[in-house]
Write a protein that binds this ligand. Structure first.
Ligand code: ZN
Length: 625
């Protein structure tokens, strides 16, 4: 998480001072439930509350959708604020001044540059907008927008403007012919913002306005804004047959196409309400849909979707609809996108419009309900790509069909649900007129190869999905630890290495490592610092907020630890056995003998664990000695 330049102790002070119940209450209504508070989750739709806020832990967690974190996370998710903004706003509310660390000269210069860009873009957007509304030469643009059915209200809402058909329109307006005007802008500023472009310099001095010309000429201008509603760049569309049809600002320290979605600052509310985002490809597609009342729509800026886009969207919803053409190009685009969304835990559908229609024409001729219905009935991304591949495969030569089979099988590998997978294989075999057995066999070959590859690249060690439960015994122990139910002798028995789940290992390790001045594990502190952790945050929140189901913590602890250690011993016995057999085969008698002895010791320990009822822990503790 980008912590900006805010010192850690200020962040901690604000978090300690802030009352998460109060902050949440500003956004939804909570009712008391035991030590905690309960409400309807703002991140998914539900009728009975599963959204829990804990004043003692200063965190929130939804048992329905798994969202959760601390007070900063909450503000970031609900208000779409960045981390530094959330900290600053909260600091203000609770009277803690946020003084940033003295920035390095380079960082300072960068911050100033960004601030200047923001101001300049704002001035430019105002100029373009005024030009569109008032300038007589902007008449063709007004006619164009009217023909596209764009209303005055929409023009206002999206801040649409017009760049005059001149080489020095914005240049003159903002710099007064190279001299500093009211805003104090220089040609260098305008060039840095990408509003003007350098001519072939030909010996001209820098700073000379005649060395530059306007980037946007005779185009309808669409200001691109970030979530804080700052104008970060512009898109310009020709109003005649000129090329290129669309032109964007170049990338600047403020503007990155790969992490920006057009209209998100306006669509945010609609996305939260509909619990879904629709991603289209064109500015005017997004604008037209908004105008028609479909308000959960954003557009990419003429670039392919990136993983940064996916992260951005995930802050607001887990359901995504992509609009692709149903033609071959659309299927290829969907294929590329599939990899991006795999493992993202987002549900992705692909909507496709009838041939010859775009969202703009579709919603204008058939209305918003028809569009919503189309979205609702759209297939999942995987189904869409499989169907698309099959369609191309069926039309082609034998070779095409073979390639299509391989392509589809590679896609099916990405399905994690075995039932879905079997059904899909059946469907594919059917469509291609192939024997299902042959297809399944080929699929097996492909997958066995793939799993070897995954293992080698380390993908297999990524670990389980965050929200998956821990193994039973590990869960009991983690839960007891998080509820602070373990006495010092019990704690002394706990070792991260006894746990198999990577999340449990990590959090046990971290909690045991972090001791307070009396040498006890600082559980609450650890919970606070881990509640946002991408790997084990979900487990920490869920287990520390749910009720403790054991009557006797001591017995629960002993039983679970015993089971854990038994499993570990059994695993080790298997390993030693295998090593012993290998040593025997290799004729290493000495090694084989010592492995045999080790095996005996382990067997004895296993017997002791099994036969003793509730084993005195001190004895069990000798296992690893
Ligand atoms: Zn929820």
């Amino acid at each position: 998480m980008d912590r900006g330049l805010i010192p850690e102790d200020i962040i901690n002070r604000i978090r300690d001072r802030a009352d998460i119940v109060e902050v949440v209450s500003a956004h939804l209504s909570l009712s008391k439930a035991g030590q905690n508070f309960k409400g309807l989750c703002p991140f998914h739709s539900e009728k009975t509350p599963s959204f829990i806020v804990s004043p003692s832990r200063q965190m929130f967690h939804c048992f329905g959708c798994g969202e959760g974190g601390n007070v900063f996370t909450l503000l970031m998710k609900v208000e779409g604020a960045s981390f530094p903004t959330a900290v600053r706003n909260l600091g203000e509310k609770y009277g803690i001044r946020v003084e940033e660390k003295p920035a390095s000269p380079a960082a300072k210069q960068r911050a100033e540059q960004v601030e200047r860009l923001v101001e300049l873009n704002k001035a430019a957007a105002e100029f373009f907008h005024k030009t569109l509304l008032k300038d007589p030469p902007a008449e063709p643009a007004r006619v164009y927008l009217k023909q596209r059915g764009i209303t005055a209200e929409t023009i206002e809402r999206f801040g649409i403007g017009y760049a005059p058909q001149a080489w020095d329109g914005v240049l003159k307006a903002l710099t007064k012919g190279g001299k500093q005007a009211k805003g104090g802008w220089t040609v260098e500023d305008l060039a840095a913002a990408g509003l003007i472009v350098a001519r072939d310099q030909g010996g001209k001095k820098p700073g000379d306005a005649s060395g530059y010309y306007d980037r946007f000429r005779g185009r309808v201008i669409l200001p691109i804004r970030d979530l804080q509603k700052r104008v970060i760049g512009f898109g310009g569309r020709v109003i005649d047959d000129g090329v290129p049809k669309y032109l964007n600002s170049p990338e600047t320290p403020l503007f990155r196409k790969g992490r920006t979605l057009y209209g998100l600052e306006i669509a945010r509310e609609g996305i939260t309400r509909e619990e879904q985002v629709v991603i289209v490809e064109g500015y005017f597609d997004a604008i037209a849909l908004h105008q028609a009342g479909v308000t959960n729509v954003v557009a990419t800026l003429g670039t392919a979707l990136t993983s940064e886009h996916v992260d951005l969207v995930r802050r607001f919803t887990r359901r995504v609809v992509l609009l692709f053409d149903p033609d071959a190009a659309g299927v290829r685009a969907a294929l590329r996108t599939l990899d991006l969304f795999l493992g993202s835990a987002l549900a992705v559908q692909v909507g496709s419009l009838p041939q010859g229609e775009d969202p703009d024409t579709f919603v204008r001729s058939r209305g918003p309900e028809a569009f919503t219905t189309l979205i609702r009935q759209s297939p999942s991304l995987l189904d869409f790509t499989v169907a698309g591949s099959l369609a191309t495969g069926l039309q082609g030569s034998v070779e095409d069909r073979v390639r299509c089979v391989e392509e589809v099988l590679a896609l099916l590998q990405k399905l994690s649900n075995p039932v879905e997978k079997a059904a899909a294989l059946h469907h594919v075999a059917d469509r291609l007129g192939l024997d299902e057995k042959v297809l399944v066999e080929r699929y097996r070959q492909l997958t066995s190869h793939a799993s070897v590859v995954d293992h080698a690249s380390g993908d297999a060690s990524v670990g389980p999905v965050e929200s998956a439960p821990l193994p039973k015994d590990e869960e009991v122990l983690v839960r007891l630890l998080l509820h602070d139910k373990l006495t010092p002798p019990m704690l002394a028995q706990l070792a991260a290495d006894d746990f198999t789940d990577p999340r449990a290992r990590r959090l046990i390790g971290l909690i045991l490592e972090r001791r307070n001045e009396r040498g006890e594990p600082a559980v609450n502190e650890a919970i606070i610092s881990l509640q946002d952790d991408p790997q084990c945050g979900g487990v920490v929140r869920a287990l520390s907020l749910s009720e403790l189901p054991y009557d006797d913590a001591g017995t629960a602890f002993r039983d679970s630890l015993k089971a854990l250690r038994l499993r570990r011993i059994v695993d080790e016995i298997q390993e030693v056995k295998a090593a012993q057999m290998a040593a025997e085969r290799a004729g290493q008698a000495e090694a084989a003998r010592s492995l045999m002895l080790r095996q005996n010791t382990l067997q004895q320990e296993r017997q002791r664990l099994l036969s003793a009822g509730p084993v005195p822990l001190s004895e069990v503790g000798s296992v690893n000695a």
